[in-house]
Write a protein that binds this ligand. Structure first.
Ligand code: HEM
Length: 185
């Protein structure tokens, strides 16, 4: 994955426990790089090792680390210059989720080796939808839960995602029930 992803893991680790926590995580993961070049591709294995090491170091499940990472990704990418693209993607969680493939296609223009996941939405009613997530990378679906929550926070909504189908149980892709509502004033 592009170094931007590993940089976001490092940024999250520092937010949780400062440089010492990041150093402990990367040492445990046996990752020699202390920083990453955002626009350079790195083997996926580095990201997986960092997530596993963060889980052990912080005594959280891998799923909890991925949820936290997904939430962090939204504010992190916005601060890294991707905010305007995210804003252009829509003013509500449902709108952004409907446009995720187009968003990643725009990202591919600057990151030509991007291997993005693919998403599809089935509208259920005004405040809920089914989100279909297709990825050839295993084990990352909890990140989607955090991403949806983070999008809600960014856009002033309350948004939750609950997994309803999982590749871990043999399904061909993951599905989530997403509920999204305006925040009460
Ligand atoms: C402007 C904001 C965003 C940028 C710049 C961005 C960029 C990226 C990048 C660089 C990767 C790594 C893939 C690779 O290097 O091949 C990635 C993966 C991913 N992105 Fe985005 N993304 C953004 C927003 C979102 C949002 C809002 C979602 C929401 C659901 C999302 C879902 C994912 C997921 C789940 C992955 C994991 C990889 C996989 O499943 O294969 N992204 N994205």
């Amino acid at each position: 994955m592009y170094g931007l992803v590993n940089t976001a893991v490092a940024d999250l680790a520092r937010a949780v426990g400062g440089d010492a926590t990041w150093e402990a995580i990367r040492t445990r993961a046996q990752v020699s790089e202390s920083s990453f070049v955002g626009m350079t591709g790195y083997p996926d294995e580095i990201t997986y090792r960092l997530v596993q090491a963060a889980s052990e170091e912080l005594q959280l499940s891998v799923d909890d680390v991925l949820v936290a990472f997904g939430r962090h990704w939204v504010t992190f990418t916005a601060a890294q210059g991707w905010g305007p693209l995210l804003q252009a993607a829509g003013g509500s969680v449902a709108e952004v989720l409907r446009g995720l493939d187009a968003l990643h296609a725009r990202v591919s223009l600057t990151m030509p080796e991007l291997r993005p996941p693919s998403f599809r939405c089935d509208e259920l009613d005004a405040s809920s939808l089914t989100l279909h997530y297709y990825s050839d990378r295993p084990g990352l679906s909890s990140m989607v839960v955090g991403l949806v929550e983070g999008l809600g926070e960014l856009l002033g909504q309350v948004a939750t995602a609950t997994r309803t189908r999982s590749t871990a149980d043999g399904a061909d892709h993951d599905e989530f029930l997403v509920r999204h509502a305006s925040r009460l004033p």
